[in-house]
Design a protein around this ligand. Structure first.
Ligand code: SF4
Length: 115
């Protein structure tokens, strides 16, 4: 029996042969993160002063610069409106790239209110 005579449609066969998601999306990229165990560097503590923030973010960004999943991480944060520093980008930098947070806090919140 040929495929044309088969009761199985070509669309069904195509679905069987094509995975629903790309294989890459099934791999947990966070297992390759350079920042494992260093979460405090990536999120601002309460009442952090600007100079301390700059020092903390510089250390975090140096880890991101050598991270093999930086681009994936950055895209994840942009698409999920994350807080903190992801993929070498802080909240302000994500905002300037066009990825606004749903509920901005701190400096970003004050900036939006005064605009
Ligand atoms: S890019 Fe930075 S924040 Fe993202 S996983 Fe790597 S080290 Fe962590």
């Amino acid at each position: 029996m040929s495929l044309k005579e088969s009761p199985i449609s070509e669309a069904y066969l195509s679905d069987l042969l094509e995975p629903a998601m790309p294989i890459g999306s099934l791999i947990d990229w966070t297992q390759f993160a350079n920042c494992k165990g260093k979460t405090k560097l990536f999120f601002a503590p309460k009442a952090e002063r600007p100079q301390a923030r700059a020092r903390r973010e510089a250390k975090a960004k140096s880890l991101c610069a050598n991270c093999t999943v930086q681009q994936t991480c950055k895209e994840f944060a942009r698409n999920n409106h994350e807080y903190g520093l992801w993929g070498g980008e802080n909240e302000e930098e994500r905002h300037l790239a066009g990825y606004t947070m749903a509920a901005p806090i701190g400096v970003r919140s004050r900036t939006l209110k005064s605009a």
